[in-house]
Design a protein around this ligand. Structure first.
Ligand SMILES: C[S@@+](CC[C@H](N)C(=O)[O-])C[C@H]1O[C@@H](n2cnc3c(N)ncnc32)[C@H](O)[C@@H]1O
Length: 262
């Protein structure tokens, strides 16, 4: 999804707006910890984080499990932040970060024990495309953690206009889980972001941008960024809070692939 409001530099905007987030998703530390434990990874296993952002989640995972992680993201600022955070947390030996497009990074022969794709399915295509792709890079018995948007209720046309989206870009929470099953995964468990997590995520996004604009009135992009963040926050309060959900899907690629479903 993209916003309908014009913008000078999307990478600059998203980097500033996400400047104070631990995760670039509506997710509390307590829920992140629960998701990490649901994956039940073993020491030495290899984890690929697609569109890792600042790698807050991947680094939290590596702090709990002695696994090895590769995070890929196109945003150089996020990768720099992830690299610095790994160093500060003493996790650099087990964390590798690649500043590139996913499609230029991972080769078809590579296999991982886990794939994380939180809010980053666009790195592959649609959510269904991302499920199909994750299947190809996971070893049998591997796990995936996906997180993606869903409609809590049918979106109003004016909300779609504000998002610059169409209704068919997303389905329901149950629809997302069904697509994972259609791709061949066993759905282990699911979660959703609650209102507090959304308010925290959207509040940090809005506050970081408003503070930046306040401190940099001469920035050539200030007016465009102000228009965008205000339109975005109004759309969140008016429609998004009741309409847009964010679901988490812990998935298992079956160890033995059978021809008929069991
Ligand atoms: C919504 S953020 C989620 C970040 C992170 N997964 C999290 O939840 O904290 C989506 C991320 O995907 C990255 N991204 C988008 N397209 C990509 C691509 N083709 N290859 C790698 N990363 C991509 C963006 O730069 C952004 O950091």
């Amino acid at each position: 999804m993209s916003t309908a409001t014009p913008l000078v530099d999307p990478t600059k905007f998203t980097t500033i707006a996400h400047g104070t987030h631990r995760y670039l998703s509506p997710l509390s530390e307590a829920k992140a910890d629960s998701l990490i434990h649901r994956l039940a990874l073993a020491p030495g296993q290899r984890v690929l984080d697609v569109g890792c952002g600042n790698a807050g989640f991947l680094l939290d995972l590596l702090a709990v499990v002695q696994a090895r992680g590769v995070g890929v993201d196109t945003n150089p600022e996020f990768i720099a932040a992830a690299t610095a955070a790994a160093r500060e947390r003493g996790l650099s030996e087990r964390a590798e970060f690649v500043n590139a497009r996913l499609q230029d990074t991972i080769y078809s022969a590579e296999r991982f024990d886990a794939v994380i794709c939180m809010g980053s399915s666009q790195a592959v295509g649609s959510l269904a495309d991302a499920f199909a792709w994750a299947w190809t890079v996971l070893a049998p018995g591997g796990v995936a953690l996906f997180a993606d948007g869903y409609w809590k209720r049918p979106p109003e046309p004016k909300y779609l206009e504000a998002l610059g989206a169409t209704e068919d870009e997303m389905t329901t929470h149950g629809g997302n889980a069904a697509r994972a099953r259609e791709a061949g995964f066993r759905v282990l468990s699911t979660l959703t972001s609650n209102d507090d997590e959304w308010d925290e995520y959207e509040g940090r996004y809005c506050a970081a941008m408003e503070r930046y604009i306040d401190a940099h009135p001469d920035d050539a992009d200030a007016a465009a960024m102000a228009a965008r963040v205000r339109d975005w926050h109004e759309a969140y309060l008016h429609w998004g809070r009741d309409t847009l959900g964010f679901g988490f899907y812990a998935l298992l690629k079956p160890t033995a692939i059978r021809l008929s479903s069991d």
